[in-house]
Write a protein that binds this ligand. Structure first.
Ligand code: GCW
Length: 691
């Protein structure tokens, strides 16, 4: 196994006396309190054994409750509550029992009975409890006084794979697909299982296993050609409490059904989908549902038939309803054939303009999946105004873990702080306290279905994510979906301790500092003040200030000799600011109050405009680009200081990427600075070299 493969389930050996007070004393025997044996409980037990054996070097034995209590020393008891007064009920009071909900767990040390109990209402809860226990164990918590309960804030915590059946991954930066190769579904179930383990350990409970752009062969996932093998994958994920979803092609009735239309109001089309749903559920009884990209970037959808997104999604929802399935319908809908000369059309407006008028028309088993921002996963952009705007509709948020616009896993960019800013954003939809996180956890409007989705960043690379430190984004996403209140620092620290060990404090603090600074560093040498899109077209890597300026994609910055930025105000611009609610409208509408970091997202200003920081826009561009390069150098140096005592192979992987980043940051700096110097003719106040 190559360095990094075990990721945060690395379970480093704990030397006696190193952290916890003789942890071994609690872990030599395990009793399982199980009402009904299940594959999930089997996973929980095997994960517990595996983790303890790795950390203590001794395999715990499974014993009956009586044997456990009769033996020498302490022991572990795990399982679901039973009402019969067994140890679980003696260890936990009724309150813990009630409060944790179907996926929560409680962990408690019972000194009198010399045991640590991990209890839950369901087998999935036990699995999460086991992973939490192992995390506590590995990061040095005292075993003799554990007492905690926890439960997920979001009911749907989902991963989206953009994997294709030919083995490629759309926007994948860590090798090939682990699911597919050469138009077949993998038989390497070991790798898929290890992925399921990683996901479940962070709390993920759903996965869509194929790209939302569903091409010819993937359309056949709903047929006998692929369905049996997909059922095999579903079984792997099931054992880890993860439901399988498929991305579907809206035109399936035509492409694989032999119909002449995919019109959602056509009776034959509706019947076709009902039969399809029956077939899928016959193969996968707990199938999650469909994820749909329709009428977006040249994908088919209801618009072709003069229907809208409510018609389209409800038709699918009706087919899935008898089985409890759900339709996740993406809101990434915009005109991708725009004319750059047309200044009135604004891509940022598109999702809201399309979907807001449909509020109230979606069935209860439809969830709209909304990207965090109105454009497309930029380094910095506004928060999508759809959050909070749809009172009568289930909504979930979509993040991008894969670093399409944030350095493609060649540059370091820890994204949890960015995601937290979005989640904490105040929408004012129901007055103060109407944050995005409360929209997507369903509490603001009392939704039954809601949650998180994100595009995965893994592939066949030995360390999963290409850049080893990009694992922190995968880990962090799951943890945040479980609980959006967790601080970004805590999440990063947990990840570091589990991968590298908890006892080298200098190492933990150094890597923590690197991760926490990385988004700001990446932003500073790439895109200033919320402008975005200054990248090479198609692959989106590296600087190209005018890369999208005259293209059809609707992603402009309008730089000329006087100034830069997109006027999205109601007064003189595209009116996008009017999609926000309450005080946010005025905040963004006025150039005087608009936050610096989003100034060019909302306003077109002269280069000499003075920011709240006191600097002019042009000087800000120069300064941040020079500083960004210096800070990228510092990342490299910080890592170099960790050389001693680190696994040489882990050390080298990251050192290589950071060296590349430092060089590439210069390319960004010099192209961006030179571009704006030539446009504006204004020299750097500090006289540094601009080419
Ligand atoms: O970010 C863009 C990507 C496309 C992607 C699309 C989407 C799957 O550049 O590759 O397609 O968004 O989210 O649908």
């Amino acid at each position: 196994i190559q360095a990094g493969y075990k990721a945060w389930l690395n379970y480093k050996r704990i030397e006696p006396g190193e952290s916890n007070e003789s942890p071994a004393a609690w872990c030599s025997r395990i009793a399982v309190n199980d009402k009904s044996s299940s594959v999930v409980m089997d996973s929980a037990v095997s994960e517990l054994i595996r983790g303890i054996e790795a950390m203590l070097g001794r395999k715990p034995v499974i014993v009956s409750l009586e044997e456990a209590a009769a033996g020498e020393g302490g022991y572990l008891i795990i399982g679901t509550w039973d009402e019969g007064g067994a140890l679980l009920d003696r260890t936990f009071d009724g309150q813990a029992h009630q409060a944790i909900g179907p996926e929560g767990y409680a962990i408690r040390t019972n000194r009198a009975e010399r045991c640590i109990a991990i209890g839950a209402q369901t087998d999935a809860g036990v699995l999460y409890g086991v992973f939490a226990f192992l995390r506590l164990f590995g990061t040095g918590s005292a075993m003799d006084s554990l007492d905690l309960t926890d439960h997920p804030v979001n009911s749907l915590r989902m991963m989206n794979q953009w994997d294709n059946i030919d083995g490629s991954i759309e926007r994948g930066y860590a090798g090939k697909s682990i699911f597919y190769a050469d138009h077949e579904i993998t038989t390497d179930h070991e790798r898929v299982r290890d992925y399921a383990r990683l996901l479940a350990s962070t709390g993920i409970n759903a996965i869509a296993i194929n790209n939302v752009n569903v091409h010819q062969f993937e359309t056949m996932f709903l047929t006998d050609r692929y369905l049996p093998a997909i059922a095999g994958l579903a079984a792997i994920f099931r054992a880890y409490g993860i439901k399988l979803f498929l991305s579907i092609n809206y035109a399936s009735p035509i492409e694989i059904g032999g119909l002449t239309t995919a019109d959602p109001l056509d009776a034959d089309v509706r019947q076709w989908w009902k039969e399809k749903a029956a077939e899928v559920y016959a193969a996968i009884p707990d199938f999650g549902g469909f994820l749909v990209k329709a009428d977006s970037e040249n994908r088919p959808g209801p618009f072709s038939y003069g229907r809208d997104h409510a018609d389209g999604s409800n038709m699918l929802a009706e087919a899935l309803l008898p089985y409890g399935g759900i339709v996740i319908w993406r809101c990434f809908v915009y005109n991708c054939k725009q004319d750059w000369r047309d200044r009135a059309t604004d891509r940022a407006r598109a999702a809201y303009d399309h979907f807001k008028p449909l509020d109230g028309r979606f069935m209860d088993n439809v969830i709209l999946q909304v990207k965090n921002g109105p454009m497309d996963f930029q380094v910095r952009e506004g928060v999508s105004p759809l959050f909070g705007a749809m009172e009568k509709t289930n909504l979930m948020i979509e993040f991008q873990i894969t670093q399409e616009y944030t350095g493609q896993q060649r540059h370091l960019c820890y994204l949890v702080p960015q995601w937290k800013e979005v989640l904490d954003f105040e929408t004012y939809a129901q007055g103060e306290g109407s944050t995005v996180k409360r929209v997507v956890d369903g509490s603001l409007y009392g939704n039954r279905h809601s949650g998180f989705a994100a595009v995965s960043n893994i592939g066949s690379d030995a360390n999963w994510t290409g850049h080893l430190l990009a694992q922190a984004n995968l880990y962090g996403y799951g943890r945040l979906a479980w609980n959006p209140e967790l601080p970004a620092e805590q999440i990063a620290e947990e990840w570091i301790q589990q991968v590298f060990g908890a006892c080298n404090k200098k190492l933990v603090q150094t890597i923590l500092g690197m991760l926490m600074a990385s988004w700001s560093i990446y932003e500073s040498y790439t895109s200033p003040l919320g402008v975005g899109w200054m990248v090479n077209p198609d692959h989106h890597y590296g600087p190209n200030v005018d890369g999208y300026e005259y293209s059809k994609w609707g992603t402009y910055h309008f730089a000329d000799l006087h100034g830069i930025g997109v006027d999205r105000t109601m007064k003189t611009g595209t009116g996008y600011t009017g999609q926000y609610q309450g005080p946010n409208v005025e905040l963004y509408e006025s150039v005087a109050t608009c936050p610096d970091e989003l100034l060019l997202f909302f306003h077109h200003v002269p280069y000499t405009h003075v920011l709240h920081s006191g600097k002019t826009v042009i000087q800000h561009i120069y300064d941040t680009h020079f500083e960004g390069v210096e800070r990228a150098e510092q990342l490299k140096e910080a890592w170099a200081s960790l050389n001693e005592g680190m696994d040489p192979s882990l050390f080298a992987q990251v050192a290589d990427r950071l060296a590349e980043q430092a060089v590439h940051a210069r390319e960004w700096r010099d192209i961006v600075n030179t571009y704006f110097y030539r446009k504006s003719g204004i020299p750097d106040a500090r006289g540094r070299t601009i080419y």
